[in-house]
Write a protein that binds this ligand. Structure first.
Ligand SMILES: C/C=C/C(=O)SCCNC(=O)CCNC(=O)[C@H](O)C(C)(C)COP(=O)(O)OP(=O)(O)OC[C@H]1O[C@@H](n2cnc3c(N)ncnc32)[C@H](O)[C@@H]1OP(=O)(O)O
Length: 248
């Protein structure tokens, strides 16, 4: 386990905390592996009733590490860890509650589409500049976002790259609530504890019914991944990553 993902237990909750604040919690290949392993271990552990996902004060996540993307764009290895993590996330068997404060870019936004309850703060802005990076949507966001907020709002988010402030995201039904930064973790743990206290089998069946079949979500992740991997190696993407890495 890298020091950039902290996995803790809090009673029946398993807490996965992104812990790379100096890089705004940009997610590296090692961090995807850690998050995947934690979700699998929590799912397999009968005493875990709910997963909690958190970032740092001011930054849930700046999305995929762009140095890692640049490495792939210039002929190196990578990409499989993201894909494997997303398939695990989308098939997770236990409820997921997340809290986002501040920066939530790329996968730092799309992770929450797989969470059952998400809280954010007034300073949180969700954004997915995929197209500006020469990329395409991932995490089945091209399917899930239009389902939740409608085509045009999803298009503005995923294709135009417009930031979506937390209050608007709540009004659209994309997240459950907005609380002050100082209250975020307490409120997230409060929701997760309420879920953990429910009869687990009834909650599991209810969650499966509410989320619906997973096949089409997994199929969309696969479909997006084909395009995403091609785009990662494109000149459009390479120049966008280089522009970020060489900015002053
Ligand atoms: C499958 C997944 C796909 C995706 O997730 S696609 C999305 C990829 N992410 C992005 O395009 C976001 C890139 N980052 C930014 O645009 C900005 O950052 C922010 C708006 C998120 C924050 O800006 P500010 O508050 O001014 O912070 P700062 O000075 O830019 O960042 C602090 C340190 O964090 C590093 N960093 C930020 N984001 C990333 C990243 N995504 N990959 C690698 N490093 C990142 C910076 O370089 C810098 O580092 P140093 O202090 O050493 O200069």
């Amino acid at each position: 386990m890298s020091e950039h993902v902290l996995v803790e237990r809090s009673g029946p909750l398993q807490v996965i905390r992104l812990n790379r604040p100096e890089k705004k919690n940009a997610i590296t290949r090692a961090m995807y592996l850690d998050m995947k392993a934690a979700l699998e271990e929590g799912d397999a552990d009968e005493s875990v009733r709910c997963h909690v996902m958190l970032g740092s004060p001011g930054a849930f996540s700046a999305g995929n590490d762009l140095a890692d993307f640049l490495a792939v764009a210039t002929g190196g290895e990578g990409g499989q860890e993201v894909y494997d993590f997303l398939l695990t996330l989308a098939s997770c068997r236990k409820p997921l509650v997340s809290g986002a404060d501040g920066i939530a870019v790329g996968i730092g936004t799309t992770i929450h589409l797989h969470c059952d309850l998400t809280l954010a703060t007034p300073r949180t802005v969700f954004s997915t500049p995929f197209v500006d990076l020469g990329l395409v949507p991932e995490a089945a966001s091209s399917l899930l976002a239009p389902m939740v907020i409608g085509h045009q709002r999803a298009f503005a988010l995923l294709a135009l790259g417009e930031g979506l402030p937390a209050q608007e995201a709540k009004a659209m039904g994309l997240i459950h609530g907005v609380v002050e930064p100082a209250e975020l973790e307490g409120e997230v743990f409060g929701l997760a504890d309420r879920l953990a206290a429910k009869p687990p089998e009834a909650l599991r069946i209810a969650r499966d019914l509410i989320r619906g079949p997973r096949e089409h979500v997994l199929a969309r992740i696969r479909e997006e991944a084909v395009h995403f991997m091609e785009r990662l190696k494109s000149e459009e993407a390479r120049s966008a990553f280089m522009a970020f890495m060489s900015r002053k």
